[in-house]
Design a binder for this molecule. Structure first.
Ligand code: DSN
Length: 392
């Protein structure tokens, strides 16, 4: 008898096929990525690292690792190619959160200071939220955004001098503008802090040359592989070669046990795809689509945080409509349009309600959407919001 599970998988497959997917952190992977992740590699234990690793590791703790050794090394080599870098890479983190935990613990001890962007202003849960391990383990300070929603680099410097953090973090989940890695790195140098970048959202843009690269500037770089990189769900850590041993030890045995070799296989396929000209053209289109859609909202009289976008996402500020992000998200769900409620900078509503929604173009660009399609969807969203306003 077939498992009940496949009914839900089929329903979810249909939902993904028919809905308009605008969640900025989601995408649709290739059949090859799914084949790799759904393969027999899920059966294999391989705690440790491939023997070729340049970090003096002791190899694996299990027999039968000959093929996963070759696969994991291939995966590491490919990710260096994707970002054209000689940074050391660890492909074992199970997720972006696991990658951030290991990255922090590779150079910090509990009680050390981190300066990051607040979750409510566009940062990420693992960037020091009080309810997350990051906020519980480390002494957090947060830099602010200005009234238009741009990161205030003067505030970054001021807070760095005031709080003397051991690590400064650049990276966001809901920030639509270029991150000035050179300026962050200069401030980190000035106060003697490590400089870390969490590029999870924009990693695909960095790979395609549509966002400045943090390589050469940051000491440690983390990312997920499933957002703009359009791959399997998982995390990666890159670091300057001199931190390689610390990072590898922080991942295993520091924070994880056995790596997920089926996911590492999926990450390797993702990297193969990200090296292609077709992928770079896809990312260019994601950015063109995002600009076109945000401009259409502006044309229709909406507030877009920072007045536009440089990347794959933007935030619609609904304050003037009187509607909450939650209500708009739920109503759009009923119309087959999927996005998520999101705080806008200095939001007066709670993260459960919010005054905004976040919109991303990576997933529907994978389905072939061009500028005109996104302009049409902006019109559909506007129509739903106007109807909600009339009923309110
Ligand atoms: N929570 C993810 C997002 O939606 O941006 C990041 O991990």
């Amino acid at each position: 008898m077939a498992s009940k599970v496949f009914d839900w998988i089929e329903k979810e497959r249909q939902r993904q096929e028919h809905n308009i997917e605008l969640i900025a952190s989601e995408n649709f992977v290739s059949e090859d990525v799914m084949r790799a992740v759904g393969s027999c590699l899920t059966n294999k234990y391989s705690e440790g690292y491939p023997p070729e690793r340049p970090t003096g590791n002791r190899g694996r703790y299990y027999g039968g690792c000959v093929y996963v050794d070759e696969l994991e090394q291939y995966c590491c080599d490919l990710w260096q190619e994707v970002f054209n870098t000689d940074y050391h890479v660890n492909v074992q983190p199970h997720s972006g959160s696991s990658a951030n935990l290991a990255a922090y613990l590779s150079v910090l001890k509990p009680g050390d200071g981190i300066l990051a962007m607040d979750l409510n202003n566009g940062g990420h849960l693992t960037h020091g939220s009080a309810v997350n391990f990051s906020g519980k383990l480390f002494r957090m300070a947060f830099y602010d955004v200005n009234a238009q929603g741009f990161i205030d680099m003067e505030d970054v410097r001021r807070k760095a001098l005031e709080h003397k953090p051991q690590l400064i973090l650049a990276g966001a989940s809901a920030y639509s503008r270029i991150l000035d890695f050179a300026a962050f790195s200069e401030i980190a140098r000035e106060v003697g802090a490590y400089f870390m970048v969490d590029m999870a959202h924009i990693a695909g843009l960095v790979a395609a040359g549509d966002h400045p690269s943090p390589f050469g500037l940051a000491d440690i770089i983390t990312t997920t592989t499933h957002k703009t990189l359009r791959g399997t769900r998982g995390g990666l850590i890159f670091c300057k070669p001199e931190l390689a041993k610390k990072v590898d030890s922080a991942v295993f045995p520091g924070t994880q046990g056995g790596p997920l070799q089926h996911v590492i296989a999926g990450k390797a396929v993702t990297a193969e795809e990200a090296c292609t000209e077709e992928y770079r053209e896809y990312i260019h289109q994601v950015v063109r689509n995002c600009k076109a859609m945000s401009q259409e909202f502006l044309r229709r009289g909406y507030q877009v945080v920072t007045g536009g976008t440089d990347n794959h996402l933007f935030l619609l500020d609904l304050t003037a409509t009187g509607l909450t992000g939650k209500a708009v998200q739920e109503e759009l769900d009923r119309h087959g349009i999927t996005l998520n409620k999101n705080c806008v900078p200095h939001d007066t509503r709670s993260p459960q309600q919010t005054s905004g929604v976040r919109i991303g173009t990576a997933a529907m660009t994978t389905k072939g959407y061009k500028e005109a399609d996104f302009i049409r969807v902006a019109g559909e969203i506007d129509a739903v919001i106007q109807e909600m306003k009339q009923k309110a």
